[in-house]
Design a protein around this ligand. Structure first.
Ligand SMILES: *Cc1c(COP(=O)(O)O)cnc(C)c1O
Length: 850
């Protein structure tokens, strides 16, 4: 971490300093108002956002003790007489300039990683392969954006001997800034793929832009089998080691053999060529020691075994070997280390545990920056009052005293109620934890914990499990998790946040968002989804029935919640939980009014539904005058909003009808507004209307299916990510002769000798029976396997005759990456909504952040 005076920072970023305390020291950079750690020594960069300028958070941050801010010239500073302000033209540029300066203070080797896929895996693997020899500073998780990169590089200090940073870009012009911040000495270009990316003219332009990261490296690594990459790299003049099957590659891939659960890769290293590049030794830093054996004219063989079989892992592993070769490691050393590569869990997972706990499992990486990220996630879990952290020793460090103080401080900041430490280092520093956490417990080892484990020790709490691989804490999470069957619905919270941001950016900043979380958030969860929507500041939630709202209140959700179907029997639950009913008819109006009167409640918030042609619920136009009268002649109600629902907003063929509905709606609003003495929120647009009818955004939109990543317009106007993946596993594989049949009613008659796998999902899980007999299919190792025979209640048979290498226990994707819900819905002759909400509750939901 850097530590600079505010004066010095102002000079570095060429700002105009308005200093009340020139000696103030800054060591933490803050860009997100929700992530304050060291208030006194933080500098907040008020970055402009698509909806909210960072300026809007200054008042709150100031109240929380932050006294240093970087703002642009539009900000009025006079309300904060005790704070320091650096005023700049562009706040993002200031952040980047400061960290670029910080980077320039160090002359250690730095590996800069970019590409379309595999950046984070390559970075984490390099860390694993090199951590024995270096004190490494690296990007936390996938912090690779215009903001993430400076925050990552800011961590660099005098103890580090190697940096590993990744850089991602989404449009031209961004890489130059990142190059100055990372200033890599070794470049790594990972898989480029050929996915269409909107902001680039073509693939060549994209590669060219990425290569800007490597301006000034003294060597780079790239795939020599991708002709466009080779051409672009050669044109750039950057010294490069190519790896690949082609003859020109310095690191030649001679053979790749996939065996049971692992792959053997034979490489030949052309040392002469490598030495000639290394001897170029351009700009900096001091060259690394070069351990290769004396030069021969014959290529040196190098054989590696990796515990993976998929092509992406193979490519990433070869890339990592190439980096080690380029750093001067010997073949023996590389062979020795590479077999220990493990899958990188880049995600934080949350499952429901026994005794009503939520279990967050992050038991793979132990470092302070990923601990902070995990603690933020833990903090968002409003459903439990109690929070427990189970942590193992971190890897060796030169300064354990400081590290464990930092950890204890972070736990204190997040108000952790209970701390369970595993390992001798934590025990050694146990008083640091005892001082800041009410309840502490320490164990020598994971075994020690398991021996003493009592499940009743844990109830109604959110538990974060985090530690280094060595401790195998996944054994602890297995004890705490609910045992469920192997069919799981995985929900990416990251995707939901991404989708929300896509819509937020599309809307005017003043337009509110009501997130539709009815029917368990379209099948994907309840408070788990509401928590992140609350955290990311949607304005309203809507549920179908009162009990769904009660559930959210119990889980600590404080946002206003509209209930679309208030039943008389639920009025108590509604008012006791501060839920806001939709009033759609005179009988509902009368009975709710009666109830409010009995309870002595006044000005209760309600939402008025108008029927403009959907003919489901709502007041008709001819009833509006009478409605206005009924609302105004008493003080029981406050009309929060008036809305209607469109019948065909996704269908261009119904646009005229949609416009007609909107006109009717506006007429009703005008009539109501004339009689009501206050303003109300107007809203009509659902997901499809947000994109297709921007003129109908009015004061608020009701965002439903788009949040979960399904584009109901099929226009792809926004880049949505599907949040849900339904996965199961193969229970058994059989070889069956032509002419035999598979499943109930002998419907699946085999036309050829076949291999049939039985998977653990059936119609009771929501896998619809009309997908039987080839109508639907699932993905096995990325290949489509058609359904064979009739789908049964709990099981389905699939035909894997054409898919090599499938084994019992393998994962099967029912929908998700590579197989969209929309596709499945089409096969099942229904709509995505029905597929999503039809996944039964016996299917375990797992939530993760990427
Ligand atoms: C479900 C629902 C929505 C959301 O519809 P999507 O098509 O999923 O965006 C909006 N308004 C009302 C009244 C709804 O019932």
């Amino acid at each position: 971490m850097g530590s600079y005076s505010i004066e010095k920072i102002s000079a570095i970023v060429q700002g105009k300093l308005l200093a009340r305390n020139q000696n103030a020291l800054v060591d933490s950079l803050l860009t997100d108002s929700r992530k304050v750690v060291h208030a006194a020594t933080s500098l907040f960069f008020a970055l402009p956002g698509p909806r909210r300028s960072g300026h809007r958070f200054i008042q709150e941050l100031h109240a929380r003790g932050i006294k240093n801010f970087v703002v642009d010239f539009s900000f009025e500073t006079k309300d904060y007489p005790d704070a320091n302000f650096i005023r700049v033209v562009n706040v993002l540029t200031a952040l980047q300039t400061l960290v670029a300066f910080h980077r320039s203070q160090f002359s250690i080797p730095v590996v800069g990683i970019t590409g379309s896929n595999g950046k984070t895996i390559v970075k984490e693997w390099l860390n694993l392969l090199l951590e024995k020899d270096y004190q490494i500073v690296r990007s936390p998780k996938s912090y690779n954006s215009q903001i993430g990169v400076p925050l990552s590089v800011w961590q660099m200090n005098g103890m580090h001997t190697l940096g590993l940073f990744e850089a991602g870009i989404s449009q031209p012009g961004e890489m130059q800034a990142l190059q100055k911040i990372i200033w890599p000495t070794i470049g790594v270009l990972t898989h480029m793929g050929d996915a269409h990316s909107e902001n680039f003219k073509d693939q060549r332009q994209k590669i060219k832009e990425k290569l800007l990261l490597f301006t000034g490296v003294n060597r780079m690594i790239a795939n020599g089998d991708d002709p466009l990459v080779v051409e672009t790299v050669e044109a750039s003049g950057i010294p490069c080691f190519f790896w690949g099957k082609q003859a020109h590659c310095a690191i030649r891939v001679v053979d790749i053999k996939k065996e049971e659960a692992h792959t053997t890769i034979r490489l030949e290293v052309n040392e002469q060529e490598m030495a000639s590049v290394l001897s170029l030794n351009t700009l900096h830093p001091p060259p690394l020691t070069f351990h290769l054996s004396p030069l021969t004219s014959h290529p040196a063989p190098l054989t590696i075994h990796i515990p993976f079989m998929d092509d992406a892992a193979i490519e990433n592993a070869i890339t990592c070997c190439s980096v080690l070769l380029a750093m001067g490691y010997s073949s023996e050393a590389i062979t020795d280390r590479v077999h220990m590569l493990k899958p990188v869990e880049m995600r934080l997972e949350m499952k429901r545990g026994t005794n009503n706990c939520s279990i967050i499992n992050d038991s793979y990486i132990a470092d302070i920056s990923s601990l902070r990220i995990a603690l933020d996630f833990l903090e968002q879990q409003q459903q439990h009052h109690k929070r427990t952290v189970i942590l193992s020793d971190f890897a060796e460090t030169k300064d354990p005293e400081n590290l464990y103080s930092e950890i204890a401080f972070a736990l204190q900041q997040k108000k952790i109620n209970r701390f369970i430490g595993i390992g001798s280092h934590l025990y050694q520093y146990k008083n640091k934890f005892e001082q800041v956490v009410a309840e502490t417990l320490f164990y020598d080892s994971t075994e020690d914990f398991i021996t003493h484990f009592l499940s009743t020790q844990f109830h109604d709490e959110a538990i974060l499990i985090k530690g280094s691989r060595k401790f195998a804490l996944e054994r602890i999470s297995a004890l705490l998790e609910q045992k469920a069957h192997q069919t799981v619905l995985e929900i990416s919270l990251t995707a939901i946040v991404h989708n929300l941001k896509q819509y937020q950016q599309f809307l005017q900043p003043s337009t509110k968002i009501m997130a539709m979380v009815k029917a368990f958030s379209y099948g994907s969860g309840s408070y788990e989804i509401a928590n992140i929507l609350q955290f990311h500041k949607v304005d309203y939630l809507a549920v179908a029935y009162a009990d769904e709202g009660v559930e959210l209140r119990k889980a600590g959700i404080g946002l206003p919640i509209m209930v679309m179907n208030p039943e008389e029997s639920s009025y108590h639950a509604i008012t006791e939980n501060n839920l806001e009913p939709e009033i759609f008819s005179f009988p509902v109006l009368a009975s709710f009014r009666q109830f409010l009167q009995e309870q002595g409640l006044q000005n209760y918030p309600v939402h008025i539904k108008i029927d403009t042609g959907m003919h489901r619920l709502g007041f008709e136009l001819k009833e509006i005058k009478a409605l206005a009268g009924a609302l105004t002649n008493n003080s029981f109600f406050t009309v929060q909003s008036v809305f209607t629902h469109l019948a065909g907003s996704e269908d261009p063929g119904l646009d005229i009808f949609t416009e007609w509905q909107a006109e009717q709606y506006l007429l009703a609003c005008t009539q109501l507004q004339e009689l009501l003495p206050y303003a109300f929120i107007r809203h009509i647009a659902n997901t499809a209307a947000i994109v297709r009818h921007p003129q109908l955004h009015f004061d608020m939109v009701r965002l439903g299916i788009g949040l979960y990543g399904t584009d109901s317009t099929a226009m792809h106007a926004l880049e949505l990510k599907e949040a849900a993946t339904l996965k199961t596993t193969i229970a058994q594989i059989k070889k069956i002769k032509a002419g035999e049949t598979v499943g109930y009613a002998r419907k699946g008659i085999l036309q050829r000798d076949s291999i049939i796998a039985t998977i653990r999902i059936g119609y009771a899980d929501g896998y619809r029976r009309n997908l039987s007999n080839g109508a639907g299919g699932v993905l096995v190792n990325g290949n489509l396997a058609p359904v064979a025979g009739n789908i049964a209640m709990d099981m389905t048979m699939i035909d894997i005759t054409d898919i090599p290498g499938v084994r019992e226990g393998d994962d099967v994707i029912v929908f998700g990456k590579g197989l969209s819900i929309a596709q499945l819905a089409q096969w099942a002759q229904t709509i995505p909504y029905e597929i999503m909400t039809g996944i039964s509750q016996r299917v375990q939901r797992v939530y993760y952040e990427e």
